[in-house]
Design a protein around this ligand. Structure first.
Ligand code: HEC
Ligand code: HEC
Ligand code: HEC
Ligand code: HEC
Length: 439
Protein backbone atom coordinates (compact mmCIF):
# COMPACT_ATOMS: atom_id res chain seq x y z
CA UNK A 1 0.00 0.00 0.00
CA UNK A 2 1.53 3.36 -0.94
CA UNK A 3 1.24 6.45 1.26
CA UNK A 4 -1.68 7.93 -0.63
CA UNK A 5 -3.90 4.83 -0.41
CA UNK A 6 -2.88 4.36 3.20
CA UNK A 7 -3.98 7.92 4.05
CA UNK A 8 -7.17 7.30 2.09
CA UNK A 9 -7.88 4.16 4.11
CA UNK A 10 -7.28 5.94 7.40
CA UNK A 11 -9.59 8.73 6.31
CA UNK A 12 -12.40 6.42 5.35
CA UNK A 13 -12.23 4.05 8.29
CA UNK A 14 -10.82 5.92 11.24
CA UNK A 15 -10.90 9.66 10.99
CA UNK A 16 -13.41 12.26 9.89
CA UNK A 17 -11.31 13.52 6.95
CA UNK A 18 -14.17 15.42 5.39
CA UNK A 19 -14.92 14.96 1.74
CA UNK A 20 -13.02 11.68 1.40
CA UNK A 21 -15.35 9.83 3.78
CA UNK A 22 -18.59 7.91 3.00
CA UNK A 23 -21.61 10.09 2.20
CA UNK A 24 -23.67 11.44 5.09
CA UNK A 25 -26.70 9.48 3.87
CA UNK A 26 -24.73 6.20 3.97
CA UNK A 27 -23.22 6.97 7.37
CA UNK A 28 -26.63 7.76 8.89
CA UNK A 29 -28.08 4.48 7.54
CA UNK A 30 -25.11 2.29 8.52
CA UNK A 31 -26.79 0.99 11.69
CA UNK A 32 -30.34 0.10 12.70
CA UNK A 33 -32.59 3.01 13.74
CA UNK A 34 -34.36 2.37 17.04
CA UNK A 35 -36.95 5.14 16.69
CA UNK A 36 -37.62 8.39 18.53
CA UNK A 37 -39.55 6.44 21.21
CA UNK A 38 -36.21 4.89 22.24
CA UNK A 39 -34.82 8.35 23.10
CA UNK A 40 -37.85 9.98 24.73
CA UNK A 41 -37.99 8.33 28.16
CA UNK A 42 -38.26 11.01 30.90
CA UNK A 43 -34.92 10.02 32.41
CA UNK A 44 -33.25 10.08 28.98
CA UNK A 45 -34.01 12.90 26.52
CA UNK A 46 -37.70 13.24 27.40
CA UNK A 47 -37.38 15.34 30.57
CA UNK A 48 -39.72 18.29 30.91
CA UNK A 49 -36.94 20.54 32.22
CA UNK A 50 -33.21 20.99 31.66
CA UNK A 51 -31.12 18.67 33.89
CA UNK A 52 -28.47 20.91 35.46
CA UNK A 53 -26.04 18.21 36.57
CA UNK A 54 -26.02 16.46 33.20
CA UNK A 55 -23.68 17.04 30.23
CA UNK A 56 -26.74 17.58 28.01
CA UNK A 57 -30.12 19.24 28.52
CA UNK A 58 -32.18 15.99 28.53
CA UNK A 59 -35.31 17.83 27.42
CA UNK A 60 -34.27 17.48 23.74
CA UNK A 61 -37.32 15.40 22.86
CA UNK A 62 -39.76 18.03 24.16
CA UNK A 63 -37.89 20.82 22.36
CA UNK A 64 -37.85 18.80 19.13
CA UNK A 65 -41.48 17.71 19.34
CA UNK A 66 -42.90 21.10 20.30
CA UNK A 67 -40.75 23.55 18.36
CA UNK A 68 -38.52 21.87 15.78
CA UNK A 69 -39.82 21.87 12.18
CA UNK A 70 -38.09 18.50 11.65
CA UNK A 71 -40.69 16.87 13.90
CA UNK A 72 -43.37 18.01 11.42
CA UNK A 73 -41.49 17.14 8.25
CA UNK A 74 -43.57 13.99 7.63
CA UNK A 75 -46.87 15.70 8.51
CA UNK A 76 -46.07 18.25 5.77
CA UNK A 77 -46.45 15.40 3.27
CA UNK A 78 -50.08 14.90 4.37
CA UNK A 79 -50.99 18.52 3.73
CA UNK A 80 -52.83 19.81 0.64
CA UNK A 81 -49.68 21.55 -0.70
CA UNK A 82 -47.84 18.21 -0.76
CA UNK A 83 -50.80 16.35 -2.23
CA UNK A 84 -50.88 18.92 -5.01
CA UNK A 85 -47.13 18.58 -5.72
CA UNK A 86 -47.40 14.78 -5.76
CA UNK A 87 -50.48 14.91 -8.01
CA UNK A 88 -48.75 17.17 -10.53
CA UNK A 89 -45.77 14.81 -10.62
CA UNK A 90 -47.97 11.70 -10.88
CA UNK A 91 -46.44 10.27 -7.70
CA UNK A 92 -49.56 9.01 -5.90
CA UNK A 93 -49.43 9.68 -2.14
CA UNK A 94 -46.58 11.97 -1.10
CA UNK A 95 -46.40 9.95 2.16
CA UNK A 96 -45.48 6.87 0.13
CA UNK A 97 -43.19 8.43 -2.46
CA UNK A 98 -39.51 7.64 -1.79
CA UNK A 99 -38.39 10.94 -3.32
CA UNK A 100 -40.40 12.92 -0.75
CA UNK A 101 -39.75 10.61 2.22
CA UNK A 102 -35.98 10.72 1.73
CA UNK A 103 -35.94 14.33 2.96
CA UNK A 104 -39.18 14.57 4.96
CA UNK A 105 -38.60 11.50 7.15
CA UNK A 106 -35.88 9.16 8.41
CA UNK A 107 -36.28 6.97 5.33
CA UNK A 108 -33.69 4.26 6.00
CA UNK A 109 -34.21 0.87 4.25
CA UNK A 110 -36.72 -1.49 5.92
CA UNK A 111 -33.93 -3.75 7.19
CA UNK A 112 -32.51 -0.80 9.17
CA UNK A 113 -35.73 -0.08 11.10
CA UNK A 114 -35.99 -1.33 14.69
CA UNK A 115 -39.24 -2.31 16.45
CA UNK A 116 -40.07 1.15 17.75
CA UNK A 117 -39.17 2.96 14.53
CA UNK A 118 -41.95 4.99 12.92
CA UNK A 119 -41.67 6.73 9.60
CA UNK A 120 -44.31 9.23 10.74
CA UNK A 121 -41.86 10.59 13.34
CA UNK A 122 -40.44 12.65 10.49
CA UNK A 123 -36.84 13.81 10.69
CA UNK A 124 -36.22 12.20 14.07
CA UNK A 125 -33.17 11.98 16.32
CA UNK A 126 -31.42 9.25 14.35
CA UNK A 127 -31.90 11.01 11.01
CA UNK A 128 -29.20 13.38 12.28
CA UNK A 129 -27.43 11.46 15.03
CA UNK A 130 -27.18 8.15 13.14
CA UNK A 131 -28.62 4.70 13.84
CA UNK A 132 -28.39 4.04 17.59
CA UNK A 133 -28.25 0.23 17.36
CA UNK A 134 -24.75 -0.01 18.81
CA UNK A 135 -24.52 3.08 21.02
CA UNK A 136 -28.02 3.39 22.53
CA UNK A 137 -27.28 1.40 25.70
CA UNK A 138 -23.79 2.69 26.42
CA UNK A 139 -23.86 6.36 25.47
CA UNK A 140 -25.64 7.68 28.59
CA UNK A 141 -22.80 6.52 30.85
CA UNK A 142 -20.76 9.57 31.84
CA UNK A 143 -17.48 7.68 31.46
CA UNK A 144 -18.17 7.03 27.77
CA UNK A 145 -16.18 9.38 25.55
CA UNK A 146 -17.60 11.11 22.47
CA UNK A 147 -15.06 9.21 20.35
CA UNK A 148 -16.44 5.87 21.64
CA UNK A 149 -19.94 6.86 20.48
CA UNK A 150 -18.63 7.92 17.08
CA UNK A 151 -16.87 4.59 16.70
CA UNK A 152 -20.23 2.88 17.27
CA UNK A 153 -21.97 4.82 14.53
CA UNK A 154 -23.09 8.05 16.18
CA UNK A 155 -22.85 10.76 13.53
CA UNK A 156 -20.37 13.60 14.20
CA UNK A 157 -22.88 16.48 14.17
CA UNK A 158 -20.28 18.54 16.04
CA UNK A 159 -17.79 18.39 13.13
CA UNK A 160 -18.66 21.28 10.78
CA UNK A 161 -17.76 19.41 7.57
CA UNK A 162 -19.84 16.40 8.60
CA UNK A 163 -22.69 18.58 9.82
CA UNK A 164 -22.72 20.53 6.55
CA UNK A 165 -22.83 17.30 4.54
CA UNK A 166 -25.69 16.03 6.68
CA UNK A 167 -27.85 19.15 6.55
CA UNK A 168 -27.20 19.71 2.84
CA UNK A 169 -28.24 16.14 2.02
CA UNK A 170 -31.80 17.43 2.63
CA UNK A 171 -31.49 21.22 2.41
CA UNK A 172 -29.81 21.24 -1.00
CA UNK A 173 -30.06 17.64 -2.20
CA UNK A 174 -27.18 15.48 -3.38
CA UNK A 175 -26.57 13.49 -6.51
CA UNK A 176 -28.34 10.50 -4.91
CA UNK A 177 -31.12 12.52 -3.32
CA UNK A 178 -32.03 15.20 -5.82
CA UNK A 179 -34.54 17.94 -5.53
CA UNK A 180 -35.14 18.40 -9.24
CA UNK A 181 -36.47 21.39 -11.15
CA UNK A 182 -39.50 19.25 -11.93
CA UNK A 183 -40.28 19.05 -8.21
CA UNK A 184 -39.80 22.83 -8.00
CA UNK A 185 -42.01 23.25 -11.06
CA UNK A 186 -44.74 21.28 -9.28
CA UNK A 187 -44.68 23.86 -6.48
CA UNK A 188 -41.94 22.87 -4.02
CA UNK A 189 -40.37 25.89 -2.30
CA UNK A 190 -36.91 26.92 -3.50
CA UNK A 191 -34.30 25.56 -1.09
CA UNK A 192 -31.75 27.78 0.57
CA UNK A 193 -29.29 26.93 3.33
CA UNK A 194 -26.44 28.40 5.34
CA UNK A 195 -24.90 26.20 8.03
CA UNK A 196 -24.31 28.77 10.79
CA UNK A 197 -27.65 30.58 10.39
CA UNK A 198 -29.66 27.36 10.14
CA UNK A 199 -27.88 25.68 13.07
CA UNK A 200 -29.22 28.45 15.33
CA UNK A 201 -32.57 29.20 13.66
CA UNK A 202 -35.49 28.42 15.94
CA UNK A 203 -34.99 26.88 19.37
CA UNK A 204 -31.94 24.61 19.46
CA UNK A 205 -32.01 21.49 21.65
CA UNK A 206 -28.30 21.90 22.49
CA UNK A 207 -26.07 24.49 24.13
CA UNK A 208 -22.45 25.08 23.19
CA UNK A 209 -21.01 25.80 26.64
CA UNK A 210 -17.68 25.16 28.38
CA UNK A 211 -18.68 21.57 29.02
CA UNK A 212 -19.51 21.02 25.32
CA UNK A 213 -16.17 22.53 24.26
CA UNK A 214 -14.31 20.29 26.69
CA UNK A 215 -16.01 17.18 25.33
CA UNK A 216 -16.14 18.11 21.64
CA UNK A 217 -13.58 20.83 20.94
CA UNK A 218 -13.61 24.45 19.82
CA UNK A 219 -16.72 26.01 18.35
CA UNK A 220 -16.79 28.88 15.84
CA UNK A 221 -19.90 30.04 14.02
CA UNK A 222 -17.82 31.88 11.40
CA UNK A 223 -15.88 28.69 10.68
CA UNK A 224 -19.19 26.81 10.34
CA UNK A 225 -20.32 29.41 7.80
CA UNK A 226 -17.02 29.07 5.91
CA UNK A 227 -17.03 25.28 5.86
CA UNK A 228 -20.72 25.16 4.91
CA UNK A 229 -20.02 27.27 1.83
CA UNK A 230 -17.17 25.02 0.70
CA UNK A 231 -19.18 21.83 1.20
CA UNK A 232 -22.21 23.28 -0.63
CA UNK A 233 -20.05 24.36 -3.58
CA UNK A 234 -18.47 20.90 -3.75
CA UNK A 235 -21.93 19.32 -3.56
CA UNK A 236 -23.16 21.38 -6.51
CA UNK A 237 -20.16 20.30 -8.61
CA UNK A 238 -20.76 16.65 -7.68
CA UNK A 239 -24.34 16.90 -8.87
CA UNK A 240 -23.34 18.71 -12.05
CA UNK A 241 -20.71 16.11 -13.00
CA UNK A 242 -22.86 13.09 -12.13
CA UNK A 243 -24.13 11.50 -15.36
CA UNK A 244 -27.52 10.62 -13.86
CA UNK A 245 -28.12 13.78 -11.80
CA UNK A 246 -26.52 16.37 -14.03
CA UNK A 247 -28.70 15.98 -17.15
CA UNK A 248 -32.44 15.76 -17.89
CA UNK A 249 -32.79 14.82 -21.56
CA UNK A 250 -31.13 17.42 -23.76
CA UNK A 251 -31.03 19.98 -20.95
CA UNK A 252 -28.81 20.01 -17.89
CA UNK A 253 -30.73 19.63 -14.61
CA UNK A 254 -32.08 23.17 -14.18
CA UNK A 255 -32.09 23.07 -10.39
CA UNK A 256 -28.29 23.47 -10.61
CA UNK A 257 -28.73 26.82 -12.36
CA UNK A 258 -29.65 30.22 -11.06
CA UNK A 259 -33.45 30.34 -10.64
CA UNK A 260 -33.48 34.10 -11.18
CA UNK A 261 -31.60 33.83 -14.47
CA UNK A 262 -34.81 32.47 -16.01
CA UNK A 263 -37.56 33.49 -13.63
CA UNK A 264 -37.80 37.22 -14.05
CA UNK A 265 -39.91 39.68 -15.96
CA UNK A 266 -38.91 40.29 -19.58
CA UNK A 267 -39.38 44.03 -19.05
CA UNK A 268 -36.64 44.07 -16.39
CA UNK A 269 -33.63 44.89 -18.59
CA UNK A 270 -31.44 44.44 -15.51
CA UNK A 271 -28.51 42.57 -17.04
CA UNK A 272 -25.02 43.74 -16.16
CA UNK A 273 -21.55 42.16 -16.06
CA UNK A 274 -20.42 40.14 -13.03
CA UNK A 275 -16.77 39.46 -12.29
CA UNK A 276 -17.66 36.05 -10.87
CA UNK A 277 -19.06 34.73 -14.16
CA UNK A 278 -17.40 36.73 -16.93
CA UNK A 279 -20.48 35.86 -19.03
CA UNK A 280 -22.26 38.14 -21.49
CA UNK A 281 -26.03 38.79 -21.59
CA UNK A 282 -28.64 36.15 -22.38
CA UNK A 283 -26.86 33.16 -20.86
CA UNK A 284 -28.34 30.71 -18.31
CA UNK A 285 -26.00 30.86 -15.31
CA UNK A 286 -25.00 28.09 -12.94
CA UNK A 287 -26.10 28.58 -9.34
CA UNK A 288 -22.83 29.93 -8.00
CA UNK A 289 -23.77 31.72 -4.76
CA UNK A 290 -21.80 29.24 -2.64
CA UNK A 291 -18.74 29.64 -4.85
CA UNK A 292 -19.00 33.42 -4.51
CA UNK A 293 -19.22 33.02 -0.72
CA UNK A 294 -16.31 30.60 -0.63
CA UNK A 295 -14.18 33.27 -2.31
CA UNK A 296 -15.01 35.61 0.55
CA UNK A 297 -13.98 32.87 2.99
CA UNK A 298 -10.63 32.66 1.24
CA UNK A 299 -10.15 36.43 1.59
CA UNK A 300 -9.42 35.57 5.23
CA UNK A 301 -7.49 32.35 4.65
CA UNK A 302 -5.40 32.72 1.49
CA UNK A 303 -5.69 35.60 -0.98
CA UNK A 304 -3.93 33.75 -3.80
CA UNK A 305 -6.33 30.82 -3.39
CA UNK A 306 -9.20 33.31 -3.65
CA UNK A 307 -7.84 34.47 -7.01
CA UNK A 308 -7.47 30.84 -8.15
CA UNK A 309 -11.08 29.98 -7.22
CA UNK A 310 -12.30 33.10 -9.05
CA UNK A 311 -10.33 32.14 -12.15
CA UNK A 312 -11.53 28.51 -12.07
CA UNK A 313 -15.15 29.56 -11.44
CA UNK A 314 -15.05 31.89 -14.44
CA UNK A 315 -13.55 29.04 -16.49
CA UNK A 316 -16.46 26.82 -15.39
CA UNK A 317 -19.07 29.42 -16.37
CA UNK A 318 -17.39 29.81 -19.75
CA UNK A 319 -17.27 26.05 -20.24
CA UNK A 320 -21.06 25.83 -19.74
CA UNK A 321 -21.41 27.92 -22.93
CA UNK A 322 -19.19 25.48 -24.86
CA UNK A 323 -19.92 21.80 -24.24
CA UNK A 324 -20.72 19.16 -21.64
CA UNK A 325 -17.16 17.81 -21.87
CA UNK A 326 -15.63 21.23 -21.28
CA UNK A 327 -18.02 21.73 -18.34
CA UNK A 328 -17.06 18.40 -16.77
CA UNK A 329 -13.35 19.15 -17.07
CA UNK A 330 -13.69 22.64 -15.57
CA UNK A 331 -15.97 21.39 -12.78
CA UNK A 332 -13.50 18.63 -11.85
CA UNK A 333 -10.61 21.10 -11.72
CA UNK A 334 -12.54 23.37 -9.40
CA UNK A 335 -13.70 20.41 -7.30
CA UNK A 336 -10.08 19.34 -6.77
CA UNK A 337 -9.21 22.87 -5.66
CA UNK A 338 -12.07 22.82 -3.12
CA UNK A 339 -10.87 19.45 -1.81
CA UNK A 340 -7.44 20.92 -1.27
CA UNK A 341 -8.68 24.10 0.42
CA UNK A 342 -11.48 22.80 2.62
CA UNK A 343 -9.27 21.19 5.31
CA UNK A 344 -7.35 24.48 5.62
CA UNK A 345 -10.59 26.41 6.01
CA UNK A 346 -11.83 23.94 8.64
CA UNK A 347 -8.65 24.52 10.66
CA UNK A 348 -8.49 28.29 10.23
CA UNK A 349 -9.08 30.48 13.29
CA UNK A 350 -11.55 33.17 12.34
CA UNK A 351 -10.30 36.01 14.54
CA UNK A 352 -11.13 39.72 14.32
CA UNK A 353 -8.84 40.38 11.37
CA UNK A 354 -10.23 37.43 9.41
CA UNK A 355 -13.76 38.67 10.03
CA UNK A 356 -12.85 42.19 8.90
CA UNK A 357 -11.31 40.81 5.71
CA UNK A 358 -14.47 38.82 4.94
CA UNK A 359 -16.87 41.69 5.49
CA UNK A 360 -14.72 44.06 3.40
CA UNK A 361 -14.52 41.48 0.60
CA UNK A 362 -18.31 40.96 0.54
CA UNK A 363 -18.97 44.69 0.41
CA UNK A 364 -16.37 45.28 -2.32
CA UNK A 365 -17.97 42.52 -4.43
CA UNK A 366 -21.41 44.03 -3.82
CA UNK A 367 -20.19 47.45 -4.97
CA UNK A 368 -18.82 45.80 -8.14
CA UNK A 369 -22.29 44.41 -8.97
CA UNK A 370 -21.75 40.78 -8.00
CA UNK A 371 -25.13 40.50 -6.24
CA UNK A 372 -27.39 41.03 -9.20
CA UNK A 373 -29.35 37.91 -8.33
CA UNK A 374 -31.49 37.48 -5.27
CA UNK A 375 -30.08 34.11 -4.21
CA UNK A 376 -26.47 35.31 -3.95
CA UNK A 377 -27.62 38.43 -2.09
CA UNK A 378 -29.50 36.20 0.35
CA UNK A 379 -26.28 34.24 1.00
CA UNK A 380 -24.32 37.48 1.42
CA UNK A 381 -26.80 38.67 4.06
CA UNK A 382 -26.49 35.42 6.01
CA UNK A 383 -22.69 35.68 5.71
CA UNK A 384 -22.75 39.21 7.08
CA UNK A 385 -24.92 38.02 9.95
CA UNK A 386 -22.51 35.20 10.74
CA UNK A 387 -19.63 37.69 10.78
CA UNK A 388 -21.43 40.18 13.05
CA UNK A 389 -22.37 37.47 15.54
CA UNK A 390 -18.76 36.20 15.46
CA UNK A 391 -17.44 39.73 16.06
CA UNK A 392 -19.42 39.71 19.28
CA UNK A 393 -18.62 36.13 20.28
CA UNK A 394 -14.87 36.59 19.78
CA UNK A 395 -14.94 39.78 21.85
CA UNK A 396 -13.85 41.91 18.87
CA UNK A 397 -16.68 44.35 19.58
CA UNK A 398 -18.81 45.03 22.65
CA UNK A 399 -22.53 44.42 23.01
CA UNK A 400 -23.64 48.01 22.34
CA UNK A 401 -21.71 48.04 19.07
CA UNK A 402 -23.05 44.60 18.16
CA UNK A 403 -26.61 45.80 18.72
CA UNK A 404 -26.00 48.83 16.51
CA UNK A 405 -24.68 46.54 13.77
CA UNK A 406 -27.62 44.18 14.12
CA UNK A 407 -29.94 47.13 13.46
CA UNK A 408 -28.05 47.78 10.21
CA UNK A 409 -28.22 44.07 9.42
CA UNK A 410 -32.01 44.33 9.70
CA UNK A 411 -31.73 46.94 6.96
CA UNK A 412 -29.90 44.42 4.76
CA UNK A 413 -32.58 41.78 5.34
CA UNK A 414 -35.33 44.33 4.68
CA UNK A 415 -34.12 44.64 1.07
CA UNK A 416 -34.49 40.85 0.71
CA UNK A 417 -38.06 40.61 1.98
CA UNK A 418 -39.56 40.09 -1.44
CA UNK A 419 -37.58 37.94 -3.86
CA UNK A 420 -39.58 39.21 -6.83
CA UNK A 421 -39.04 42.87 -6.00
CA UNK A 422 -35.31 42.62 -5.21
CA UNK A 423 -33.25 45.71 -5.98
CA UNK A 424 -29.49 45.38 -6.22
CA UNK A 425 -28.88 49.07 -5.62
CA UNK A 426 -30.88 48.94 -2.38
CA UNK A 427 -28.79 45.98 -1.31
CA UNK A 428 -25.54 47.80 -2.09
CA UNK A 429 -26.58 50.79 0.02
CA UNK A 430 -27.65 48.64 3.00
CA UNK A 431 -24.50 46.51 2.89
CA UNK A 432 -22.25 49.56 2.67
CA UNK A 433 -23.93 51.07 5.72
CA UNK A 434 -23.30 47.82 7.58
CA UNK A 435 -19.64 47.70 6.58
CA UNK A 436 -19.06 51.33 7.46
CA UNK A 437 -20.53 50.71 10.90
CA UNK A 438 -18.25 47.73 11.47
CA UNK A 439 -14.86 48.60 10.00
C1 HEC B 1 -33.70 17.10 -1.21
C2 HEC B 1 -34.67 17.05 -0.14
C3 HEC B 1 -36.13 17.26 -0.39
C4 HEC B 1 -36.93 16.55 -1.25
C5 HEC B 1 -36.50 15.49 -2.26
C6 HEC B 1 -38.27 17.01 -1.01
N1 HEC B 1 -38.29 18.00 -0.07
FE1 HEC B 1 -39.90 19.10 0.52
N2 HEC B 1 -38.68 20.28 1.64
C7 HEC B 1 -37.35 20.04 1.88
C8 HEC B 1 -36.85 21.05 2.78
C9 HEC B 1 -35.41 21.14 3.31
C10 HEC B 1 -37.91 21.93 3.06
C11 HEC B 1 -37.88 23.15 3.95
C12 HEC B 1 -37.38 24.32 3.18
C13 HEC B 1 -37.09 25.53 4.06
O1 HEC B 1 -37.99 25.96 4.79
O2 HEC B 1 -35.96 26.05 4.00
C14 HEC B 1 -39.06 21.40 2.31
C15 HEC B 1 -40.33 22.00 2.30
C16 HEC B 1 -41.45 21.43 1.71
C17 HEC B 1 -42.78 22.01 1.73
C18 HEC B 1 -43.16 23.34 2.36
C19 HEC B 1 -43.33 23.14 3.81
C20 HEC B 1 -43.79 24.33 4.57
O3 HEC B 1 -43.57 24.34 5.80
O4 HEC B 1 -44.35 25.25 3.97
C21 HEC B 1 -43.62 21.11 1.11
C22 HEC B 1 -45.12 21.26 0.91
C23 HEC B 1 -42.80 20.00 0.67
N3 HEC B 1 -41.50 20.24 1.05
C24 HEC B 1 -43.28 18.86 0.04
C25 HEC B 1 -42.47 17.92 -0.60
C26 HEC B 1 -42.97 16.85 -1.45
C27 HEC B 1 -44.43 16.55 -1.71
C28 HEC B 1 -41.88 16.18 -1.91
C29 HEC B 1 -41.84 15.02 -2.89
C30 HEC B 1 -42.30 15.32 -4.21
C31 HEC B 1 -40.70 16.84 -1.37
N4 HEC B 1 -41.10 17.87 -0.55
C32 HEC B 1 -39.39 16.48 -1.65
C33 HEC B 1 -36.58 19.03 1.35
C34 HEC B 1 -36.99 18.16 0.36
C1 HEC C 1 -31.82 18.13 12.20
C2 HEC C 1 -30.82 17.36 12.86
C3 HEC C 1 -31.03 16.93 14.29
C4 HEC C 1 -32.12 16.26 14.81
C5 HEC C 1 -33.38 15.84 14.11
C6 HEC C 1 -31.82 16.03 16.20
N1 HEC C 1 -30.59 16.55 16.50
FE1 HEC C 1 -29.67 16.50 18.32
N2 HEC C 1 -28.19 17.71 17.62
C7 HEC C 1 -28.07 18.15 16.33
C8 HEC C 1 -26.95 19.08 16.25
C9 HEC C 1 -26.47 19.80 15.00
C10 HEC C 1 -26.39 19.18 17.55
C11 HEC C 1 -25.23 20.08 18.02
C12 HEC C 1 -23.89 19.50 17.68
C13 HEC C 1 -23.44 18.38 18.60
O1 HEC C 1 -23.44 18.53 19.83
O2 HEC C 1 -23.08 17.31 18.08
C14 HEC C 1 -27.19 18.29 18.38
C15 HEC C 1 -26.97 18.07 19.75
C16 HEC C 1 -27.67 17.17 20.52
C17 HEC C 1 -27.37 16.87 21.88
C18 HEC C 1 -26.27 17.52 22.71
C19 HEC C 1 -24.98 16.81 22.56
C20 HEC C 1 -23.88 17.34 23.46
O3 HEC C 1 -22.83 16.71 23.42
O4 HEC C 1 -24.04 18.33 24.17
C21 HEC C 1 -28.25 15.89 22.29
C22 HEC C 1 -28.31 15.22 23.63
C23 HEC C 1 -29.14 15.64 21.18
N3 HEC C 1 -28.75 16.42 20.11
C24 HEC C 1 -30.20 14.76 21.21
C25 HEC C 1 -31.18 14.69 20.23
C26 HEC C 1 -32.44 13.97 20.40
C27 HEC C 1 -32.82 13.15 21.60
C28 HEC C 1 -33.15 14.16 19.25
C29 HEC C 1 -34.54 13.67 18.92
C30 HEC C 1 -35.60 14.01 19.86
C31 HEC C 1 -32.32 14.99 18.37
N4 HEC C 1 -31.15 15.29 19.01
C32 HEC C 1 -32.67 15.37 17.09
C33 HEC C 1 -28.86 17.78 15.26
C34 HEC C 1 -30.08 17.11 15.37
C1 HEC D 1 -33.53 14.05 6.58
C2 HEC D 1 -33.61 15.39 6.01
C3 HEC D 1 -33.13 16.58 6.81
C4 HEC D 1 -31.91 16.72 7.46
C5 HEC D 1 -30.78 15.71 7.59
C6 HEC D 1 -31.89 18.07 7.98
N1 HEC D 1 -33.06 18.71 7.69
FE1 HEC D 1 -33.60 20.59 8.27
N2 HEC D 1 -35.42 20.33 7.42
C7 HEC D 1 -35.83 19.24 6.68
C8 HEC D 1 -37.19 19.43 6.23
C9 HEC D 1 -37.99 18.46 5.38
C10 HEC D 1 -37.60 20.68 6.73
C11 HEC D 1 -38.97 21.36 6.56
C12 HEC D 1 -39.87 20.87 7.64
C13 HEC D 1 -41.10 21.73 7.85
O1 HEC D 1 -41.34 22.67 7.10
O2 HEC D 1 -41.82 21.42 8.83
C14 HEC D 1 -36.47 21.23 7.47
C15 HEC D 1 -36.47 22.46 8.13
C16 HEC D 1 -35.37 23.02 8.75
C17 HEC D 1 -35.34 24.34 9.33
C18 HEC D 1 -36.48 25.34 9.35
C19 HEC D 1 -36.35 26.16 8.10
C20 HEC D 1 -37.21 27.38 8.06
O3 HEC D 1 -37.33 27.92 6.93
O4 HEC D 1 -37.73 27.79 9.08
C21 HEC D 1 -34.08 24.53 9.83
C22 HEC D 1 -33.56 25.76 10.54
C23 HEC D 1 -33.31 23.34 9.54
N3 HEC D 1 -34.13 22.44 8.89
C24 HEC D 1 -31.99 23.17 9.88
C25 HEC D 1 -31.28 21.98 9.67
C26 HEC D 1 -29.91 21.78 10.08
C27 HEC D 1 -29.03 22.81 10.75
C28 HEC D 1 -29.59 20.51 9.73
C29 HEC D 1 -28.30 19.77 9.95
C30 HEC D 1 -27.87 19.69 11.33
C31 HEC D 1 -30.76 19.91 9.12
N4 HEC D 1 -31.76 20.84 9.09
C32 HEC D 1 -30.82 18.60 8.67
C33 HEC D 1 -35.08 18.11 6.42
C34 HEC D 1 -33.84 17.84 6.96
C1 HEC E 1 -33.05 27.51 -17.68
C2 HEC E 1 -34.15 28.27 -17.15
C3 HEC E 1 -34.68 27.91 -15.79
C4 HEC E 1 -34.02 27.87 -14.61
C5 HEC E 1 -32.54 28.06 -14.35
C6 HEC E 1 -35.01 27.59 -13.59
N1 HEC E 1 -36.24 27.47 -14.16
FE1 HEC E 1 -37.97 27.15 -13.19
N2 HEC E 1 -38.96 26.99 -14.97
C7 HEC E 1 -38.37 27.11 -16.22
C8 HEC E 1 -39.31 26.68 -17.21
C9 HEC E 1 -39.03 26.64 -18.72
C10 HEC E 1 -40.48 26.32 -16.54
C11 HEC E 1 -41.77 25.75 -17.13
C12 HEC E 1 -42.74 26.85 -17.35
C13 HEC E 1 -44.03 26.29 -17.88
O1 HEC E 1 -44.33 25.10 -17.69
O2 HEC E 1 -44.79 27.09 -18.44
C14 HEC E 1 -40.24 26.55 -15.12
C15 HEC E 1 -41.16 26.36 -14.13
C16 HEC E 1 -40.96 26.62 -12.80
C17 HEC E 1 -41.98 26.69 -11.80
C18 HEC E 1 -43.47 26.48 -12.03
C19 HEC E 1 -44.07 27.73 -12.56
C20 HEC E 1 -45.52 27.57 -12.90
O3 HEC E 1 -46.01 28.48 -13.56
O4 HEC E 1 -46.15 26.58 -12.52
C21 HEC E 1 -41.36 26.95 -10.62
C22 HEC E 1 -42.00 27.10 -9.27
C23 HEC E 1 -39.95 27.03 -10.89
N3 HEC E 1 -39.73 26.85 -12.22
C24 HEC E 1 -38.96 27.26 -9.93
C25 HEC E 1 -37.61 27.30 -10.20
C26 HEC E 1 -36.59 27.34 -9.18
C27 HEC E 1 -36.82 27.35 -7.69
C28 HEC E 1 -35.39 27.37 -9.84
C29 HEC E 1 -33.99 27.40 -9.26
C30 HEC E 1 -33.65 26.33 -8.35
C31 HEC E 1 -35.68 27.37 -11.26
N4 HEC E 1 -37.03 27.31 -11.42
C32 HEC E 1 -34.71 27.44 -12.24
C33 HEC E 1 -37.08 27.56 -16.45
C34 HEC E 1 -36.09 27.64 -15.52
Amino acid sequence: MNLRTWIGAVCVFLLPCGLAAASAVDAIAAHKHQGVASCSNSVCHGASQVFRESHVMQNEFAVWQETDPHAKAYAILEQPASREIARKLGLGNATEAKICLDCHADNVPAAQRGERFQLSDGVGCEACHGGAEQWLNAHADKSVKHADNLAKGMYATDDPVKRAQLCLSCHMGTKDRMITHRIMGAGHPRLTFELDTFTWLGRPHYAIDADWIERKGEFSGARDWAVGQGVAAANLLDQLTDPKAGMQGIFPELVLFNCFACHKRMSDKSWGPRQGTGLGPGVVRLYDANLVMFRHVLAAVDKSAEARVLEQTRALHKATTESRDATLAAARRLRATLDELLPRVAQHRFDGSSLNAILADIEADAARGEYRDYDAAEQAAMAAQSVIVAFENTGTIDKARADALKARLDGVYAVLKNENGYSMSGFQVALKALKNGAL
